[in-house]
Design a binder for this molecule. Structure first.
Ligand SMILES: CC(C)(COP(=O)(O)OP(=O)(O)OC[C@H]1O[C@@H](n2cnc3c(N)ncnc32)[C@H](O)[C@@H]1OP(=O)(O)O)[C@@H](O)C(=O)NCCC(=O)NCCS
Length: 324
């Protein structure tokens, strides 16, 4: 007999066992699970259904909806996300994955939510979407089985920084922008914060604000050595920022009105130089779109993983199919 029920405290080892055998490219330790799942303010046990057969957890699906607002982005009551799921190989093609998804999708359709997305939930996503090379079965399951559609694609890239040097043309570009346009690129200082934080919120939204604020809390708090954080000013005005925390790069951004002047390239190369001077020899990020990937490729980044972001409309599904 298979039962689908809400997560309970004693399920941790069972869920992590299934996670390790199914999300083989995204394994995680119990401490990461506790911090990113159980302690997420939006976590609800009823949104982490587990499938149990003979007392054993054989499948799970981790769903999220906002229980607390993300700054002024609010509660996003029309949205829902599934960030991880798996069914043990020997229990596949018996309808267990579908039953786990139905449990969540029925609940959310009943709450009047419009969409479910896999898996771009902030802050605690694991991957931007489904890695199409690592999990082809999941893509089939979502598209053929459950009627999800691909919304967009994203890539994760990485760069070995051993021996990293800023190319002569980028140095020359920086010299030109400095003398002709008054560009200044340097490590963030406390005096930048009154301009920097409203700039981030206004042009890059609350999720980036939250992410960068977390880095700056560490930088100006008790672990500055983990963080490289550069800013760009143009004739004194804040126009860009570029961080890396340990090996994780970004998010970095340039004011929309001064893009295509090479400021992003200068920030990127200067940041990587600063990171390698700290003897950190790798740089990766989880998520970018194809266009920005060109800039990273110029710096030597290579694609690590490719993701499809999938979406399903909950309301039309309920009307046309009567269920999920
Ligand atoms: C994706 C996964 C959860 C599906 O679980 P499942 O219990 O086998 O799914 P179901 O039996 O409920 O499948 C429902 C429908 O989806 C479709 N489907 C599922 N797996 C499929 C596959 N490998 N190929 C084609 N269609 C598939 C079918 O239409 C199926 O219905 P059918 O069996 O009546 O034809 C499972 O393959 C898995 O754990 N994969 C690895 C983990 C993973 O990739 N997680 C996502 C990471 S982001």
């Amino acid at each position: 007999m298979m039962e689908i029920r809400a997560y309970r405290g004693e399920d941790e080892a069972g869920v992590l066992g299934v996670w390790g055998q199914t999300m083989t490219h995204d394994r995680l330790t119990p401490d990461v699970f506790r911090c990113k799942v159980l302690l997420d303010a939006n976590f609800l046990p009823a949104q982490l259904p587990v499938a149990v057969v003979d007392g054993q957890v054989v499948g799970f699906a981790l769903g999220l909806t906002r229980q607390v607002p993300l700054f002024l982005q609010g509660l996003e009551p029309e949205k829902s996300w599934i960030t991880a799921f798996g069914v043990l190989p020997e229990y596949r093609r018996r309808g267990i994955g579908r039953a786990l998804f139905e449990y969540l999708l029925m609940r959310w359709a009943g709450e009047g939510r419009q969409t479910v997305e896999i898996s771009p939930y902030t802050p605690n996503y694991f991957t931007p979407g489904v890695d199409k090379d690592a999990y082809p079965e999941a893509v089939q399951f979502l598209q053929a089985g459950l009627g999800f559609e691909v919304d967009t694609e994203a890539v994760s890239m990485g760069l070995n920084l051993s021996g990293f040097q800023i190319p002569a043309e980028v140095r020359e570009l920086e010299r030109k922008r400095a003398t002709e346009d008054g560009l200044e690129v340097r490590a963030v200082e406390a005096a930048d914060l009154p301009d920097l934080m409203p700039f981030i919120a206004r042009y890059f939204g609350w999720d980036w604000f939250r992410h960068l604020q977390e880095y700056l809390l560490e930088y100006f708090g008790d672990s500055p050595h983990q963080i490289t954080f550069l800013v760009a000013r143009l004739k004194g005005e804040i126009v860009g920022f570029c961080p890396q925390r340990r090996e994780r790069f970004g998010p970095f951004g340039v004011h929309p009105e001064v893009r295509n002047l090479g400021i992003g390239r200068i920030l990127l190369f200067r940041c990587l130089e600063a990171v390698s001077s700290r003897q950190t020899y790798f740089s990766y990020f989880m998520w970018t779109e194809e266009n920005a990937a060109r800039l990273y490729t110029m710096a030597g980044y290579r694609t690590r993983r490719q993701y499809v972001l999938l979406r399903k409309n909950l309301q039309s599904a309920t009307q046309t199919e009567g269920a999920v």
